[in-house]
Design a protein around this ligand. Sequence first.
Ligand code: ATP
Length: 446
Amino acid sequence: MSTADPSSTQVMPAADAAARKIRLERIELDILLGPDAGREVKLTLPSVKIGTASDNEVMLTDRTVSRHHAEIRMTQEGLLLSDLGSTNGTFLNGLRVKEAYLGAESVLALGSTEIRIGAGTEERPYEVARETQLGGLVGGTEPMRELYGLIKVVAPTPTTVLITGESGSGKEVVATTLHERSGRRGPLVVFDASVTDPEMVRNDLFGHIKGAFTGATGAREGAFRRADGGTLFIDEIGELPLELQPRLLRVLESREVSPVGSDQPVKVDVRVVAATHRNLEAMVQAGEFRADLYYRLSVICLRVPPLREIKADIPLLVQSFADKMGMSSRLTEDAERALLEYHWPGNVRELRNVLERAAVLCRSQEIRPEHLRLMDLGAASRPSTMGDTSAGSSAAVAQSPGELKAMERQMISDAMARNRNNKTAVARELGIPLSTLKRRITEYGL
Ligand SMILES: Nc1ncnc2c1ncn2[C@@H]1O[C@H](COP(=O)(O)OP(=O)(O)OP(=O)(O)O)[C@@H](O)[C@H]1O
């Protein structure tokens, strides 16, 4: 086994810690006239409400302004101004408007207050971190340390984050780390958008009131409200049904959620982190994902590298998993070399599973290459394969792709029987995304 010790965070040389910059979008307000004249507000938020009530992001003292007077939202087309049903109206260049896109520098008049509004960006420096571990993430290669640097800067902001990376590469660990470092006191709620039934996704995400539809005998809070004050991690966002995407966009922009069956929106303070192993940009091109939602989600994109790009981290990861498992056996040099030569289609999850299985197979002796049972699924360039043959699998090593497929089919079929056809439970047991499981079920005609 390697001598790397991930439990004591290692520090890389300072020369490595080059400064880089990340761009955050913001809405800028400069109050020109009225009782609050002279105030400048710059907010890295997707929307800003203006009015005299204390729950507005910009609270004015002008008595001719309504409690909730106007709202400005970042959209793909630029800043969008909406009057929120104010008594005295919202004026843009002397004209009363209900809704209008703002130019580069627009001046609004609300009551006796005038505000100059603009869209700006803020560049925040970040460093390639020097640690070899951050939260639950282990790895000291430059791509991992760059990721740590970004997480540290982005975590305490309210910005929506999109995490991309192959299945098993650690996207959920990144989301958890972002939440832990956010300083948000509410919970981290994990929501899997790849559930088969779009109605279930809608009800579980946005909640519903009692009697919203046949069978709704009680009210459901929904993931957004459960995450109030905390973080909502939407996993497999690429699987979110198209018809629900405008509804999610509206919640992200307004930070209000309307439970199904209710026209009473509820204000929520939720930081959204979404993840996908799919290429959302390509999905947008193909008309499978809405461009406006993609724009809103991808304000900050964090890419988690696949394990084959950070193979130098394998010894550190092995040590970390061995410590967690309380593993006493050591890897032979040949076994270590085999781990470094393998291409890891199932990424870190596969590495963990390979080690767990090897620990059982070697019966406390040293771990040799044959205990690792590394399987070439011919998938080096194909992301999101199952990449995991441990859970309940037979110990036989298949030789051909046909045999591998038969083995995988059997594994899924056994797990389906054990879990009474509950796909979510099967996906959890096999350690694969629900979307992958569903594809395999169709492919194998199960
Ligand atoms: N850098 C890492 N350090 C330590 N553990 C890791 C790392 N990356 C992944 N893991 C472990 O690998 C497993 C899979 O990670 P995770 O669930 O975060 O992957 P994912 O990218 O969200 O996968 P999926 O797309 O299938 O949901 C977990 O047990 C996690 O703890």
